[in-house]
Design a protein around this ligand. Structure first.
Ligand SMILES: Nc1nc2c(ncn2[C@@H]2O[C@H](COP(=O)(O)OP(=O)(O)OP(=O)(O)O)[C@@H](O)[C@H]2O)c(=O)[nH]1
Length: 431
């Protein structure tokens, strides 16, 4: 029986081959520096610097050997980090930190580095082995991100896949009315809305929950919230899901935009375009739009629609006796008084001068008579300031007849008003 010949070539073990290890250290991208362990001035001496270190700092190996690593330090070097470094090394502990170093040409760069004490048994000598990586771009990027997050006017909230808050920027804190980020970090995201009313919470929590469940992005969700100090805020919310890996749970980034000023501005613009500047009743121009729309709806749905056309009795004498400003005050008060009596769905239009039209959707002529009569009584019983006493109105009421069109409808109401005036004023007539 023949014996299998044994191979006497043992597999190579690079870890036992100093030349191979030096080759690795010379080849890696990170800088490696080995120094003596003398911490007293002038400090440890460099005994080895790899090619990456030389390339990064601009020094040759010959220039570095025997020097102290302090030649890398400068005005921007963080002394607190160096103190920690010294403390750790004196205690024989591992150190890791980040600071500014300087190249041979004086150019600063950010470095993240670690140092481990190493004791060589064979040579009975100890070293500090330091591995360094330039992080200038990463730090700059991180600082830029942080500045952006801190300076944007939108509130930014980050929620990790376990549902915990990891970031609330200053705008987010202001919008949610709680200027203390620390109170939220690490908390479950629902806590963010804990100080809002339950309706507001539902309006915000439900859409966020949906994003976390479905992964579908939400944009432009509008909501009005009441902050802890009672102030109302119009906000617009967008929620973008975040997934770290295909099978992980979803986190998200919530963006809150405070639209209060914009909405206020839009409302002011809208009012300027559609309301009468003196009384804030709807303008005649917008009134035409309302009437056309309501006629169309009444014709389509076959629902009743009524109109009250009224004007102030003897208004000329208010102006003549008390002046134009007093007349303006009477008109404003009248509009406030009548508006107060109307439903949200009714429209009060300043038709011109001291004439007004009220459009009452889903209202019969009979019901409109009751409304007009109530308005008449309320106006007559409203005591005006500045010793003006009270004013009275006369009104004509007409229900829309299908397909008659606005002109005919309005003419009937006008005739009813004329009758009311002729019959002695301070009364309501029906067409
Ligand atoms: N102060 C003020 N007066 C206005 C305004 N628009 C119209 N008027 C005045 O309203 C008055 C309307 O007078 P008339 O049309 O004679 O009607 P009246 O005095 O109310 O008489 P009757 O309607 O017949 O009871 C005029 O004096 C107008 O100058 C306004 O915006 N401000």
């Amino acid at each position: 029986m023949s014996k299998t010949p044994s191979l006497d070539v043992s597999p190579a073990d690079p870890m036992n081959d100093p030349a191979a290890l030096v080759g690795v250290i010379e080849q890696i991208f990170d800088s490696v520096l080995i120094t003596t362990t003398d911490l007293e001035l002038p400090g440890p001496a460099i005994v080895y610097a790899n090619s990456a270190f030389c390339a990064k700092t601009g020094y040759s190996a010959a220039e570095l050997i025997g020097q102290t690593p302090r030649i890398l330090q400068g005005s921007g070097t963080d002394q607190a980090v160096l103190e920690r470094l010294k403390h750790n090394l004196l205690n024989g502990e591992f150190f890791e930190g980040c600071t500014v170093n300087y190249r041979k040409n004086g150019e600063p760069y950010m470095v993240r580095w670690n140092i481990r004490p190493y004791f060589s048994e064979q040579q009975n000598r100890s070293y500090y082995i330091s591995v360094q990586r330039e992080v200038t771009r990463e730090v700059a990027l991180e600082q830029t991100h942080q500045r952006v997050v801190e300076s944007v006017v939108e509130g930014i909230i980050a929620v990790d896949p376990s549902g915990h808050v990891t970031l609330v920027n200053p705008a987010g804190q202001t919008i949610l009315g709680k200027p203390d980020q620390a109170a939220w970090i690490g908390e479950s995201w629902q806590v963010l809305f804990g100080s809002l009313s339950s309706d507001d919470v539902t309006d915000l929590v439900q859409p966020i929950t949906r994003v976390l469940q479905t992964g579908a992005t939400l944009t432009g969700h509008r909501s009005q919230i009441k902050r802890p100090d009672g102030s109302l805020l119009d906000i617009e919310m967008s929620v973008t899901p975040l997934q770290l890996s295909p099978d992980s749970e979803l986190g998200c980034v919530i963006i809150l935009r405070d639209n209060t000023d914009q909405r206020r501005f839009e409302k002011r613009l809208w009012n300027a375009a559609n309301r009468d500047a003196l009384t804030q009743a709807y303008s005649r121009r917008f009134g035409d739009e309302i009437i056309a729309r309501e006629i169309q709806r009444a014709e389509a749905d076959q629902t009743p629609l009524a109109l009250v056309y009224f004007d102030i009795d003897y208004f000329k004498s208010v102006n003549d006796t008390h002046g134009h400003d007093a007349g303006d005050y009477v008109l404003k008060t009248l509009v406030a008084t009548v508006t107060d009596r109307l439903r949200q769905t009714d429209y009060l239009i300043r038709w011109g001068g001291e004439e007004f039209v009220v459009i009452l959707p889903a209202t019969t002529g009979e019901m409109a008579m009751t409304v007009a009569e109530a308005i008449r009584l309320r106006v007559a019983s409203t005591e005006l300031d500045h010793g003006l006493g009270h004013v009275e109105i006369s009104a004509g009421v007409a229900q829309y007849q299908l397909h008659e069109g606005f002109r005919a409808w309005f003419r009937r109401a006008d005739e009813a008003l004329y009758e009311a005036k002729g019959a002695g004023r301070n009364q309501v007539h029906s067409a």
